[in-house]
Design a protein around this ligand. Structure first.
Ligand code: DC
Length: 244
C-alpha cells in the first residue's frame, strides 16, 4: 500500500483505451479500480429491465437513487456488476446498452447521484486499499478534481474507431469501422454535451495514445505517477527502478 492514499483519475473518450490501461495500472500499483462507465451502463440496464423509458428524466433519476448496484473494484479480476442480485457483467457491454447509455448519462440528476456514489467508493478504496484508479469522462474535472494525479487519455478518432472495431468485430475493415461509428463518434458527441473529455482541463496531463501500444501507454502512466508520487531521496533510491 502506498504511504499516503492515492487517487489516479483517468478520463478519455470511447476507444481511447483508458479502461484497460487504468485496470493494468491499478493492478501494477496494488490499488482499487473503479470503472464509472460501468455504473452508467448498469443503470441503463436496470431502467430498460424495469420498462422505464431512458429519456424519461424524472423516472430515470428516481431509478438512479434506488439502483441496487454492486460493482467489483479488484483489478486482478473481472469488473463484475450485479443489480439486485442479477449478474449483468456481460449484458452491459452489448450494443443495446451502448447505444442507449448516453440518454441516461446526460441526465443531470442521474449524474449527481452517480457522482455521490463514485465519491463514496473512491473514499472507501483510499481507506481500504491505499487508493484507486478511477476512470470515466468527468473524474479529472468533477468527481475527483483533487486527485493526486489527473490524466486525460486521448487518441485520434481513426485510432479509436479501429481499436473498438477490433474489440467488437475482431477486425477493423471499412464495414466494421462503419458499424462501430455510432458507438464511438455519435456517443462521444452526446456525452460531450455534459462533460469535457477531449481536451485536458487545467492541471490535467494529456496523453495522446494514437501511436502507442497498450504496454507503452501503461508505462507512460506509471512513469507519470511514480515520477511525482515518490520523489526519492538518495538513501531511498532503488537502482533497479532507475530506468522504468
Ligand atoms: O466508458 P464507457 O463506454 O463504459 O461509458 C459508458 C457511458 O457512460 C458513456 O456513454 C459515457 C458515460 N460516462 C459518463 O458520462 N461519465 C463517466 N464518468 C463515465 C461514463
Amino acid at each position: 500500500m502506498p504511504e499516503h492514499p492515492l487517487t489516479i483519475a483517468v478520463d478519455g473518450p470511447s476507444g481511447s483505451g483508458k479502461s484497460s490501461v487504468s485496470k493494468a495500472v491499478a493492478r501494477e500499483l496494488g490499488l482499487g479500480y473503479l470503472d464509472t462507465g460501468a455504473m452508467y451502463r448498469a443503470l441503463t440496464w436496470w431502467v430498460l429491465d424495469e420498462g422505464i423509458d431512458p429519456t424519461d428524466q424524472a423516472k430515470v433519476a428516481d431509478a438512479s437513487r434506488s439502483l441496487p448496484l454492486e460493482i467489483a473494484t479488484d483489478p486482478t479480476g473481472p469488473v463484475t456488476v450485479t443489480v439486485n442480485g442479477t449478474d449483468i457483467t456481460e449484458a452491459i457491454r452489448e450494443t443495446w446498452i451502448s447505444s442507449q447509455v448516453s440518454a441516461v448519462a446526460t441526465n443531470l440528476d442521474v449524474r449527481a447521484e452517480l457522482r455521490r456514489r463514485q465519491r463514496e467508493l473512491i473514499d472507501q478504496l483510499r481507506a481500504d486499499r491505499g487508493g484507486v484508479v478511477a476512470e470515466g469522462r468527468d473524474i479529472t474535472t468533477v468527481v475527483a478534481p483533487d486527485a493526486e494525479h489527473r490524466i486525460l487519455v486521448t487518441a485520434s478518432e481513426e485510432a479509436r474507431l479501429a481499436r473498438r472495431s477490433t474489440e467488437l468485430h475482431g477486425t477493423a475493415g471499412a464495414e466494421q469501422i462503419e458499424a462501430t461509428r455510432d458507438q464511438i463518434s455519435r456517443r462521444d458527441r452526446d456525452d460531450a454535451t455534459v462533460s469535457a473529455f477531449f481536451e485536458p482541463a487545467e492541471g490535467v496531463v494529456g496523453l495522446d495514445t494514437s501511436d502507442l501500444s497498450f504496454e507503452q501507454v501503461v508505462q507512460a502512466v506509471l512513469d507519470l505517477v511514480r515520477g511525482e508520487v515518490a520523489p526519492q531521496t538518495p538513501e531511498q533510491s532503488d537502482p533497479s527502478k532507475e530506468d522504468r
